[in-house]
Design a binder for this molecule. Structure first.
Ligand SMILES: *Cc1c(COP(=O)(O)O)cnc(C)c1O
Length: 378
């Protein structure tokens, strides 16, 4: 008789599905790689900043050695930037690492972890990986987090609740939470429940939308704010992000992280990118213009979309439950890679990452062609 290996709760996990690689789509559809437009993973269309490339070249000759396990220099830069001591900062192999470390540090099998419907896919993954119970709270009428409902859920779970994830802005919906609503939520969540405020798209917020999350970290020892270098800073391939929390929580994460979880190239590139304000500004402006380009086109085409505060837009491509998959397929044939979001409970929608003007235009052209074909939209 075959011996059974593996844990049931691990067996039950649906693996993460990312945006499809350009090379794979080229092979499958017989297309020229250079003609493919990928708007599927919320990457920065400007690519990696030149400053980060130069910084990486400088440290390349040191790659025979292990990285600085404590990320001393990067933490110093972040500490100055954020106005918190170094021992409030955890570096992660992507901010994904921060989400997982937090889940592992504060919850185990049987505990409840709360997040919103249509929230980032890693929250259920990090929850299920530790055998905890995922409690998904219905979204509000705009597909955003319903913080009052999430609070009531947490309160009703009592001691069983250990962790709650909120994203601002959220991916894939792009929804934005008002600072007052977040502040009121944080104040009312019981102190034994750790709150992850995921700010992977923070740098794309407009000046009017900005708020001081670090001030909340100072007053709440159960709050951790996570940020990423993958999106606005253009370093997705290097895998680097960070978390900000008071020392007690930060110390817990430090105990369970891999000793060398952030590699030397990533640390050097992040330091350079943090100081490259021109790159960040250029990306911000490009994103704003691209958002206008896409959403104005959706208005003209009479295609419903969700207001987004990130570097991507959700557009509704049909009314039946196969619409997303079907239109995605048609876009792939035309060399345009976007992201179907059926796994987020949004099978009628597609998520379009905002690209360069010509990339957005290529997507819009293909999209308009497909919409003309009524058979596709059925
Ligand atoms: C992209 C993303 C992240 C994680 O990105 P990393 O590359 O791991 O830093 C975290 N949260 C949300 C909501 C995201 O969309």
């Amino acid at each position: 008789m075959a011996t059974k290996i593996g844990l049931d709760h691990v067996q039950a996990i649906a693996p993460y599905v990312g945006g499809r690689p350009i090379s794979e789509v080229a092979r499958e559809y017989g297309l020229d790689e250079s003609k493919i437009v990928k708007l599927a993973s919320n990457e920065n269309p400007l690519g990696i900043p030149e400053s980060a490339k130069q910084a990486m070249l400088k440290v390349a000759s040191e790659l025979g050695r292990y990285p600085d396990s404590n990320g001393f220099e990067l933490k110093q830069v972040l500490s100055n930037r954020l106005g918190v001591p170094e021992d409030w900062i955890t570096l992660g192999n992507g901010s994904n690492d921060i989400l997982e470390l937090t889940a592992r540090a504060v919850a185990h099998a049987g505990d409840a972890v709360v997040f919103s419907k249509h929230a980032f896919a890693v929250y259920p993954l990090a929850t299920q990986a530790i055998g905890a119970k995922a409690i998904e709270v219905l979204a509000d009428s705009n597909y955003g987090h319903d913080l009052p409902a999430m609070l009531r859920t947490i309160q009703s779970l009592g001691d069983q609740a250990k962790l709650v994830f909120i994203a601002n802005p959220n991916n894939p919906t792009g929804s934005y939470l008002q600072p007052d609503a977040i502040s009121s939520f944080i104040t009312q969540v019981p102190p034994h429940v750790v709150i992850v405020l995921d700010e992977a798209y923070n740098e794309y917020l407009s000046p009017e939308q900005r708020y001081d999350a670090i001030a909340w970290v100072r007053t709440h020892s159960n709050l951790i704010v996570s940020r990423s270098f993958s999106k606005a800073y253009g370093l997705a391939g290097l895998r680097i992000g960070y978390g900000i929390a008071q020392p007690t929580l930060t110390d817990l994460l430090n105990r369970i992280r891999q000793p060398f979880n952030v590699n030397s190239l990533a640390q050097a590139a992040a330091i350079a990118a943090l100081q490259d304000e021109a790159f960040l500004q250029k990306g911000y402006e490009l994103n704003k213009a691209g958002y206008a380009q896409l959403t104005e086109a959706f208005e003209r085409m009479k295609m419903p979309y969700l207001t987004s505060s990130g570097n991507f837009v959700l557009v509704k491509v049909g009314n039946d439950h196969h619409a997303g998959v079907r239109v995605n397929q048609e876009l792939l044939k035309r060399g345009v890679i976007v992201r179907p979001v059926g796994n987020y409970g949004l099978p009628q929608w597609l998520r379009i990452s905002i690209g360069l003007p010509q990339e957005n235009a290529a997507f819009l052209d293909a999209f308009a062609q497909i919409l003309k074909d009524e058979k596709v939209l059925a």
